[in-house]
Structures are given as C-alpha cells and as structure tokens.
Design a binder for this molecule. Structure first.
Ligand code: NCC
Length: 277
C-alpha cells in the first residue's frame, strides 16, 4: 500500500514510541535513589487527558496583537514554553496553562527564580537537557548543559505532588533522527527546540492539536519573544536549534489552508490516536 509522504511521516512519528521520561531505573539514577524521586505515575497518565483539543503556544513575538487569547483558552489543555508569561498578554496568548516544557537553563539560571516563580506552580512540568547522542547517561549526569539535576531533586522534595518529569535524552535524539531522515540537507547535531519537543509530546496525549505562531504568520517580526524587547531573527529561524527544519516538517504534517496559516499563524495536527497506520 502506498502512503502519501504526509501519512508516512505521521506514522513514523507515531510508531517511534517516542514519549520517554526518566524513570530512575537506569544508571546512574537507580543507584541515586531516583525511582523514589520521580512521580510514580507515567507522564501520559499524569496529564489528565486524553484531551480532545490542545493548544501549543510558541513564544514568538509575532503572536503580539493577534487577539488569539480566547481561542487559545477554549482548548482543553494549553502548553507553553520556558518563562513565557500570560499575565499582561492575555488578549493575545490567553491565560490558561496546563503544561510547561522548560529547558535546563530555566532550572539552573538563578535569574529565572525557578523555585519561587508562580510560572512553574500548579501545572505539569516537563524539563529537558540534551545529554550526549551516544545515550551515555552517566556522562550526562556528570556534565549536563545546565545543571537541572540538583534543582529537580530539590523541587521534587519540596513539591512531591506536582507532576514534574525530565525527558529522556533518547526521546530528544529520536526526534532529531526523524528530523534528519526527512530532510535532504544535513541537520546540525543539536537537539530540537522546546517548541518541537512540546508539539510532538502533545500529539501523544491530544486528539487534535492547534499550534500557534510556530510557523510564522503575516505578523512575522524580528521581535524574539512577545514578552520582551529583544530583536533577533535567529529566534524564529534557528541558530543552535534546527528550528528551520522543524518548521518545514510540521508544515508537511499539518492540515490547514495557507490562508489560515498566514492570517493566524495556526497549524492543526492530528493526535497519534487519530492516525491509522
Ligand atoms: O525562546 P524560547 O526557546 O523559550 O521559545 C520557545 C519556543 O517557541 C518557538 N519560537 C520562539 C521564538 C520565536 N521567535 N519563534 C519561535 O518559533 C521555538 O519553538 C522555541 O523552542 C528553547 O527552545 O528552549 C528556547 O529557549 C530559549 C531560552 O533558553 C529560554 O527562553 C529561557 O530564557 C533559548 N534562548 C537562549 O538560549 C538565548 C532559545 O534558543 C530556545
């Protein structure tokens, strides 16, 4: 049976059994007692879905003046990234947050006040740090990009009932492999962006996904984030992260007219449960 390129790609993503978090059962984490530290419930269960509709909100400056806030909030679950606030930006980005995907900088850099900030409370947290492509977890534990491990231990002890997970580096590099195997050019060997990680994560738990301003709309701008006055077009196209290729791939699997894409910066994706392979 011949599949279209799009269906092939969706099935590739679905069949990868992608979603993996640290369970504490692998070394060096097992010896360090992490099986007792990580939440007992797997992430898929903790996210109290399955959700029918989900929104993923990129942090791009181009979402300013979109007035998409109430549309975003009408979804069953809303995913946001890193330190992206809602307060003061409700009209454009909404105010509901169900899940936050955070990189290890957020946990390690004191400027983010990870332990105290309200941004990280009363929601599900999913953190990531790349780790080596080889999958050597001992090496990773000794030298993560940013030290997320001590902040994680502290946070788990302080708020044991908050669902808080660290993605397995294998999940990130699996995503990277899929990106590379569907791209003609050589993708640079850096992990995918939080945006791409969050989109694929939500495809595992949502029936239907609306992704906002990941692919730039007609409002595209050099303004990096909607919440700060900083201009750099690399935020949208990528420098460290293979963001450009991520966006091409998401465009390929989306079902949305070019008109809506350009007007709203919105793409719609099916959840894995909706894809028959
Ligand atoms: O900027 P960042 O990402 O927090 O944005 C979250 C996700 O939104 C999408 N995005 C953002 C801006 C933009 N103009 N266009 C976009 O499409 C991307 O998909 C992005 O992933 C990250 O991926 O974790 C990143 O984090 C920041 C930074 O660490 C955090 O904001 C915390 O301050 C990185 N910036 C720097 O390291 C300076 C960024 O490279 C990636």
């Amino acid at each position: 049976k011949k599949h279209s390129g799009k269906k092939n790609l969706l099935c590739q993503l679905k069949q990868h059994k992608l979603l993996r978090t640290l369970t504490g059962s692998e070394e060096p984490f097992a010896s360090l007692g992490w099986q007792k530290l990580v939440p007992r419930q797997p992430l898929e269960e903790a996210i109290s879905g399955p959700y029918r509709t989900c929104a993923v909100v990129s942090s791009a400056g181009a979402i300013l003046n979109s007035s998409l806030g109430s549309e975003i909030d009408s979804h069953d679950a809303v995913l946001r990234f890193n330190a992206a606030p809602t307060e003061g930006y409700e009209n454009d980005v909404g105010n509901k947050t169900t899940i936050r995907v955070i990189n290890s900088q957020i946990m390690a850099d004191p400027q983010h006040r990870f332990a105290d900030s309200l941004l990280y409370k009363n929601i599900t947290l999913v953190a990531w740090d790349p780790g080596p492509y080889s999958g050597n977890l001992k090496k990773w534990y000794k030298s993560p990009d940013h030290d997320l491990f001590s902040a994680y231990i502290e946070h788990r002890k302080r708020s044991p009932s908050q669902p808080f997970y660290i993605l397995h580096p294998g999940y990130l590099w699996n995503l990277w492999d899929i990106l590379q195997s569907n791209t003609e050019e050589n993708v640079h060997p850096n992990p995918p962006s939080s945006g791409f990680i969050g989109i694929i994560l939500m495809m595992s738990v949502c029936e239907n996904l609306d992704v906002y301003e990941f692919i730039p709309s007609k409002r595209h701008t050099t303004l990096c984030h909607y919440y700060e006055e900083y201009h750099d077009f690399a935020c949208t196209l990528g420098a460290y992260h293979p963001l450009f290729y991520e966006k091409l791939l998401i465009r390929r699997i989306s079902t949305v007219s070019l008109d809506e894409l350009i007007a709203k910066g919105k793409v719609t994706l099916p959840g894995f449960s909706q894809i028959k392979c």
